[in-house]
Design a protein around this ligand. Structure first.
Ligand code: NDP
Ligand code: 8X3
Length: 253
C-alpha cells in the first residue's frame, strides 16, 4: 500500500522538490501552502505518479489547519510522514533596525505554525506508529548565529529543541523525529528575505554552488526511507563552499 506524506510549503523550493521526489516514488501527498494555483499545477505535474490532495492554507491559521487535517479523506487520512518545511526569513538588518512585524511573522510561521500543524497531525502519526516520521526543516541558523540573523536564528533554534523534546514525548509510539538543518540553499527564500531583490539573490549564490532543493529532497527521502528502528536526531548539511569564519572582535579606535 502507498505511504502518505503531509508536506507544508509545497509551492516552492524544498517543499516542491520533496513533493516531486516522494510523488514520483509513488507516495500519496497532501500538499499545503498559501498559493493554491501553484499547488494545483504541482498536482497536474504529478498526475499518473501518485494521488495528490491540495490544501491551500496559511500555517498561521489554526482553524484552517484543523479543518484540513480533520477533513482528510481516505487514503490521505493515514499519515506516514509530516514534513514541516513551511517557513521564511524576513530581513537581514541588525536587531535595532528591524521591523517588529517581520519578527512576528517569522515567529508565527516558523514556530507557532509548525507547532500547530504538528499538534494537529500527532494523533494520526501515532496511529500509524512504527515507521512514521516527522521531519522538521531547521537551519544552520539555529546552530550558528550571524549578523542580521536575530529572530530567524531564534526560530530555527526552537525547531531543533522542539524536535528533540518531541522525541522524548513520542518515545514508545514508534514515531520518529528529525531536525534537518541545511545551510546555503538556492530558492525563493532569498527573494522573500530581501523583498524581491534579484541582485542580492544573484550575488549571494554567485560562484557558491549552493545546495539545490533537489539535494534536500533526496536527503529527506533518505531519512524517511530508513529502517523503522532508526532515528536520525539531527542532520546538518552545507555546500562545500560554506564554512565558519573567525569570531568578530570590535576594537576601540
Ligand atoms: P521557499 O521560499 O522557496 O519556500 C518556502 C515555502 O514556505 C513556500 O512553499 C511557502 O508557500 C511556504 N510558506 C511560507 N509562509 C507560509 C505560511 N504562512 N503558510 C503556509 N506556507 C507558508 O524557501 P525554501 O524552500 O528555501 O525554505 C523551506 C524551509 O527551509 C524554510 O523553513 C526555511 O526557513 C528553511 N531553510 C531554507 C534555507 C535556504 O537557504 N533556502 C536553508 C535552511 C533552511 P506560500 O508562499 O505559497 O505560502
Ligand atoms: C537559511 C540559511 O544561512 O541563510 O536558513 O540563515 S541562512
Amino acid at each position: 500500500m502507498s505511504k502518505t506524506a503531509f508536506i507544508t510549503g509545497a509551492t516552492s523550493g524544498f517543499g516542491r522538490a520533496c513533493a516531486l521526489r516522494f510523488g514520483r516514488a509513488g507516495w500519496n501527498l497532501i500538499l499545503t501552502g498559501r498559493r493554491q494555483e501553484r499547488l494545483e499545477a504541482l498536482k497536474d505535474e504529478l498526475a499518473g505518479d501518485c494521488q495528490v490532495l491540495c490544501c491551500a492554507l496559511d500555517v498561521r491559521d489554526a482553524a484552517a489547519v484543523k479543518a484540513c487535517v480533520d477533513g482528510l479523506p481516505a487514503p490521505f487520512d493515514a499519515i506516514d510522514l509530516l514534513l514541516n518545511n513551511a517557513g521564511l526569513a524576513l530581513g537581514t538588518e541588525a536587531a535595532q533596525d528591524c521591523d517588529p512585524d517581520d519578527w512576528k511573522q517569522m515567529i508565527d510561521t516558523n514556530i507557532t505554525g509548525l507547532t500547530t500543524v504538528t499538534h494537529a497531525l500527532l494523533p494520526k502519526l501515532i496511529e500509524t506508529g512504527a515507521g512514521a516520521a516527522i521531519i522538521n526543516i531547521g537551519s544552520i541558523a539555529g546552530h550558528w548565529p550571524y549578523p542580521g540573523g536575530n529572530v530567524y536564528c531564534g526560530t530555527k533554534a526552537f525547531v531543533e529543541q522542539f524536535s528533540y523534546a518531541l522525541r522524548c514525548d513520542l518515545s514508545g509510539t514508534g514515531v520518529r523525529v528529525s531536525n534537518l538543518a541545511p545551510g546555503l540553499s538556492e530558492s525563493e527564500f532569498t527573494l522573500v528575505r530581501t523583498g524581491g531583490d534579484k541582485a542580492a539573490y544573484d550575488q549571494l549564490y554567485q560562484g557558491a554552488a549552493p545546495i539545490q532543493p533537489e539535494d534536500i529532497a533526496e536527503t529527506v527521502f533518505w531519512l524517511a526511507s530508513l529502517p523503522a528502528h532508526l532515528n536520525v536526531n539531527q542532520l546538518e548539511i552545507m555546500p562545500v563552499s560554506q564554512a565558519w569564519s573567525p569570531f568578530s572582535i570590535h576594537r576601540q579606535s
